[in-house]
Design a protein around this ligand. Sequence first.
Ligand SMILES: [Fe+2]
Ligand SMILES: [Fe+2]
Length: 389
Amino acid sequence: MANEFATELAPWQQALESPYSDQLKRFVYQNQEEALAASLPHVLIPIPAKGTVMGHSSPHQTGDLRCCDILFRGPMYDLTSHQSSIPPKAPVRGAHRHISAPTLFCISGKGWEFNDGTTYTFELYDLLVVPPYTVHQHGGDRDIGCQIHVPQTRMIDALGVLHREQIKFGEKPTFPQGTEPLKDDAGKLIGYKIKKGVLGITEDLDVYLGPTPNIEAVFNSRRHQPPWQEEVENTYDRYLKLLHDEVEFCNETTHVIRYEEQPWEWTRQGRLKWLVHPGIACSARRVWIYMQEISPGGRSGKHRHVAEEQVFVINGRGYDIHDGERWNWQKGDIISVPAMTEHQHFNADTESPALIFGALPSMCTDLGLGGIEQIEDAPDYLENMEKGR
Ligand SMILES: [Fe+2]
Ligand SMILES: [Fe+2]
């Protein structure tokens, strides 16, 4: 967005020089931002996967995790997602680790996930949850491969804890435009170089494989702590104990939320299967996740919540109504429901059910903004209630 105050001055100097108050700027910029959000489409065709140093992955669908990429393609401030595409007999993907716990949903095929030395297998519609600080790597079944959808929130960046490290490259890495492999004197691949000029950098930037030395102690202490044995005598002790409890929980909790193990529930919004919410024990905390099935020719309930929502269409074709406006969708699309929008999903196919996958930022619930306002109940739910009487 154009900034009329853009000068050679540092931001704090600009603030001193500007004739306008921050409060005025806030209202002007918010107004411009809302106009931008209103101009963006609510249904997006996914950006396809391409070669990276990890393997075949798509860019983030509604902007990268850095907050400056908000309102990039759709009207999303916090949520984004990306996909890994692993064809049969694909080269082995790379491994990395970061602070936040990712959720990886299998949308086709099946495969495996390696987390800090343990390998877990997953099937269609299972959800992998990698605990924080964990080295992770995934792969597809050799014969059928797999495709993985990863919903994410940018909140982690706003908190200053986006730190991530590339531990291993993929078996056949692709070095994207503007970068080249970095080798040591013996010719061993040790990282990659981002060339001067890329995104305005004035010198080459070297990115090395492996843990960041000064962060290693932090990651280690948060992966390895014995159970807390002492008394909790004051408020500060609660937080000392919390670290031990978090480590113990992550070491014991499941890494795979199995599709078959979670129940379908009839709700006023329709037929839902929750995969991540506070009642399911797992280390995922960034987004609440559910699947929804809409019967042939049917529709969901109509509701509204403060949090924005990003919905991936697993199967089927239909449309949404967002505050009275229609948005068509089909298999593979990503629906962006802006914050505070009344919305309802319609299955346009009278022969087959539609299957969708929704993610909402969990942070709204933590802020006391998590409640849902039901405006109309799903007809399938009402019919089901009637039958049950
Ligand atoms: Fe990751
Ligand atoms: Fe919703």
